[in-house]
Design a protein around this ligand. Structure first.
Ligand SMILES: *Cc1c(COP(=O)(O)O)cnc(C)c1O
Length: 278
């Protein structure tokens, strides 16, 4: 089942989660998997509270949120387990791969066992269960260790991008940013994401902006399509009022690379300026 987003952080809505769990009271729910979207911490304390109430483990999808914090605690350290991604598009990268985070050593040991072909202790290859070849190679891991040294700088750069976009849009009606609801939230702002409300922009829609930027060879992307709207999950249960559908309709991820130069921003702002007549 899928849970709606809330308006504050655009992440899993605790109220919708609660109503889903009420409805699933007599059915087994294996895990609650909140995402920290674009690096913005979810309302993780509320989600954790509900999880405790129903005795269901939380597994964080922190793929986008390395360096993000809630109440000074790192995203990826709240749940029983968390996944980080070091895919090529993430804030730090090993070209592909990721990491599993857990405070439970037995989970990590078991994951490592399964990810390295589930070999029994024997001098020959012997298997009592099916394993996988999912481990990161030593070369890739070496790149990752180097990347870890620059994570703070990357967070600074992404946050600085976000700040520049905020300044640019400050006088423009109908643009709302994904933003930290209060000082408990610290986002790495992996991507800067905005909502474009055509009723306030004089008719300019998300797609207008995306396509016009594309014409100038500037890539931007709609927000993630809600999972329950994915063809593969057609018919899956969904709980909520459809906040995520509005986010998908109006949301745009702006160019957010750590290496955006002043010239890149000049080009982006000049293109956006033409669209919004500023
Ligand atoms: C990138 C990403 C993933 C997948 O990570 P991979 O390392 O590409 O498999 C999962 N969840 C979210 C939210 C992501 O952004």
């Amino acid at each position: 089942m899928f849970i709606d987003s809330e308006e504050d952080t655009w992440n899993m809505c605790p109220a919708a989660l609660k109503s889903a769990l009420e409805e699933y009271k007599n059915k087994p729910v294996k895990a609650i998997i909140p995402v920290h979207l674009y690096g913005m911490p979810a309302k993780i304390n509320e989600i954790q509270q509900i999880a405790n109430e129903y005795n269901i483990p939380v597994v964080e999808d922190a793929a986008e949120a390395l360096g993000s914090k809630f109440k000074n605690q790192s995203c990826g350290t709240f749940g029983e387990m968390a996944a980080l991604s070091f895919n090529g598009n993430k804030i730090i990268t090993t070209s592909g791969g990721g990491a599993l985070v857990s405070k439970h050593k037995t989970y990590i040991d078991q994951a490592r066992f399964l990810a390295t072909q589930a070999r029994d202790e024997a001098p020959h290859y012997q298997h009592s269960q099916i394993g996988y070849n999912y481990r990161m190679s030593n070369i890739v891991a070496g790149i990752g260790r180097g990347q870890m040294e620059v994570i703070d700088l990357r967070v600074e750069q992404r946050r600085a991008n976000n700040q520049r976009y905020r300044q640019f849009f400050s006088g423009i009606e109908g643009i709302a940013f994904q933003k930290e609801p209060n000082s408990d939230y610290f986002s790495n702002y992996w991507l800067t994401a905005i909502l474009i409300d055509p009723t306030l922009t004089g008719g300019v829609s998300r797609e207008d902006v995306r396509l016009k930027l594309e014409k100038e060879n500037i890539e931007s992307r709609p927000l993630w399509k809600p999972m329950h709207k994915q063809p593969v999950y057609k018919g899956a249960n969904f709980f909520g009022s459809g906040v995520c559908e509005k986010l998908f309709e109006q949301g745009l991820c702006l160019p957010s690379g750590s290496n955006l130069s002043n010239e890149d921003f000049d080009r982006i702002f000049s293109a956006l300026g033409k669209i919004f007549n500023v």
